[in-house]
Design a protein around this ligand. Structure first.
Ligand code: FAD
Ligand code: NAP
Length: 520
């Protein structure tokens, strides 16, 4: 709903559009691409019919605007006239009409909560809802100065009994250091669980606890140095963030609360936070795919969990465009060592550049030293499903290989029970195979790993496997060690490839718990 970026991909004629379920993707008319929409929004045309006025919209008023040619939708308390956007919506008019004259926040979140609709639809803004819609969260702010007391967390009323209990925080200081301690009251906490950003005097630490987000957001009372450290005491679920004071003076209080400070809300309701990262290098990997290296600011602590993705954001002709990408390791082999650079805060992406795409050509035009915004991680893959695994099967198509990179590295280095990892990698031609020589070297060096390439458009010289994902290919490839062995199949690629693969896996008697499919 209201998504623009990835829904316009792939092309209408492509097989990838033949989705067997889920969202319908409709071909857009000529002149109705995202770029055309951006041009229209910049044309100065009155898209709301209100001549630039913003109004307060009552629920009764909203309900009246429920026709294609007069369609208002509320998202997070803001009302948009989406009629002019109808023909540009890659998910189709009918999907947009599902929210006509109503609060579409939940529908929007179900599909792509990360899409930057504020920027996409800013010229369609009619105004605010006059009364607060139910989905708006109550983020009452503490007005008191943060002086080390433990205020009660602001927890949404919706928290059910089995949900994690509310975290809290405290702080203490020495002459030169300030330590902020977060008590998560959970045991499965790691360095990946906390994302810290501090800029000037603003300090932000988001802790992910199960499916919830706990935010510390403070305007610090004194200046601190750029670098800081994060420690986790796993068995008690305690996180310590140690800041270095700029001046060795005693602080009377930590600072003042900023937006949503001390809130504990479902992760899906927490907005995505972005920080600017610098492009360090861009290396050709295939004719159209490049390895991008970005450097996180020294004021950020973020470790993207294996199998999760982030969103990259660029402003394209004045509109913020956001697309998801999955960080990879620098290589599959230890001999391709990471370049030794002044600090080790790098994040790598394998990204295919589509000449007619919206986002990737812009990304490709960035020069070393330019900036791109990177969000906090998202995704539902948990490495705990790899524990005690014996057989791991990876089915990847095109850049669907990206989540497999870290999974493969982790499985081969950190899962002692692992017997076999097999990758079946689907591509159009030999030239499209990402890191082919690394994969072949890895298979040669580590007898637990096998790779098979399957090409859909090979040259006549190709002697390997051909075609698309099929029962014949899978049944031959997915041989369990024994009926009782613990198995996982991971699958990622164009959505119809993934949907078809999952169906085939069920037909081959793999259970739900034995399959992880990567989707947006
Ligand atoms: P788009 O503008 O989306 O276009 C892509 C192609 O479709 C182009 O060839 C374009 O010509 C064609 N097209 C688009 N609209 C139309 C139309 N209306 N008519 C005809 N043709 C059209 N990609 C990676 O490379 N690496 C990753 O690590 C990665 N991780 C991802 C993780 C997730 C969770 C998801 C969901 C996707 C991921 N992707 C990844 C894909 C990525 O998010 C983008 O979809 C991709 O980069 C294309 O973006 P684009 O804006 O350049 O192209
Ligand atoms: P591609 O090169 O176009 O296709 C790779 C292979 O998949 C080709 O052999 C292709 O065959 C085949 N294929 C395409 N559609 C198919 C279908 N409907 N059924 C069976 N096989 C099909 O792929 P790409 O351009 O790299 O795109 C990769 C996709 O992966 C994108 O959609 C991207 O969004 C997605 N992705 C998702 C995630 C994630 O969710 N975490 C991560 C990374 C990438 P043909 O020659 O017939 O096209």
């Amino acid at each position: 709903m209201l998504n623009v970026p990835s829904q316009s991909f792939p092309a209408p004629s492509s097989q990838q559009r033949v989705a067997s379920g889920g969202r319908s993707k409709v071909p857009l008319k000529q002149g109705r691409s995202l770029m055309d929409w951006i041009r229209l929004t910049k044309s100065g045309k009155d898209l709301t019919g209100l001549k630039g006025r913003l109004i307060e919209v009552t629920e009764e008023e909203l309900k009246k605007h429920n026709r294609k040619d007069d369609c208002w939708i509320c998202i997070r308390g803001f009302v948009y006239n989406v009629s002019p956007y109808m023909e540009y919506h890659p998910g189709g008019e009918d999907e947009l009409m599902r929210a006509a004259g109503s609060d579409g926040t939940d529908l929007f979140d179900q599909v792509h909560r990360w899409v930057n609709y504020e920027s996409m639809l800013k010229e369609c803004l009619v105004g605010r809802m006059a009364i607060k819609p139910a989905v708006l969260k109550d983020h009452r702010e503490e007005k008191k100065v943060l002086n080390g007391l433990l205020p009660n967390s602001q927890v949404t009323d919706a928290l059910a009994k089995e949900d994690p209990s509310s975290p809290s925080y405290d702080w203490f200081q020495t002459d030169s250091l300030v330590t902020i301690v977060i008590y998560t009251k959970q045991k499965d906490i790691s360095l990946e669980s906390v994302i810290v950003d501090h800029q000037d005097d603003s300090f932000r630490a988001e802790t992910i606890i199960k499916d919830y987000s706990y935010l510390i957001h403070i305007g610090l009372s004194h200046e601190v140095q750029e670098d800081f450290s994060v420690r986790v005491v796993e068995n008690v679920g305690k996180i310590e963030i140690v800041l270095k004071k700029k001046e060795n003076t005693s602080w009377n209080c930590l600072g003042h609360p900023l937006e949503n400070h001390n809130s504990f809300i479902p992760r899906k309701d927490a907005g995505l936070y972005y920080r600017k990262c610098q492009l360090i290098s861009k290396e050709d990997v295939t004719h159209d795919t490049k390895l991008f290296c970005l450097m996180l600011p020294p004021t950020t602590h973020i470790l993207v969990p294996i199998g999760q993705h982030v969103y990259l954001k660029l402003t394209i002709t004045g509109t913020e465009i956001v697309k998801p990408y999955t960080p990879v390791s620098h290589s599959l082999l230890p001999e391709f060592k990471e370049p030794v650079l002044p600090n080790n805060n790098y994040i790598y992406f394998l990204i295919k550049v589509y000449p007619a795409g919206l986002f990737t050509p812009e990304l490709d035009h960035l020069q070393t030293g330019n900036f791109v915004s990177v969000s906090n991680p998202e995704g539902n893959f948990k490495i705990s499903i790899l524990q005690e695994l014996e057989d791991l099967f990876l089915l990847a198509a095109g850049t669907g290989f990206t989540p497999m990179v870290k999974i493969l590295n982790y499985a081969l280095t950190s899962i002692p029970s692992l017997r076999k990892v097999k990758l079946m990698f689907f591509n159009k031609t030999e030239d499209d195979i990402i890191w082919r020589s690394q994969l072949e070297k890895l298979a040669f060096k580590d007898e637990r790993f096998d790779v098979e390439f399957v090409l859909s458009a090979p040259t006549s010289e190709w002697t390997g496997k051909q075609g698309h994902i099929s029962p014949a290919l899978l049944s031959e490839f997915l041989k369990r060690n024994s009926d009782k062995s613990k198995v996982l199949v991971c699958i990622c690629g164009p959505p119809p490839f993934t949907e078809q693969g999952v169906k085939l896996l069920h037909d081959l008697n793999f259970s739900k718990d034995e399959i992880h499919s990567f989707t947006a």
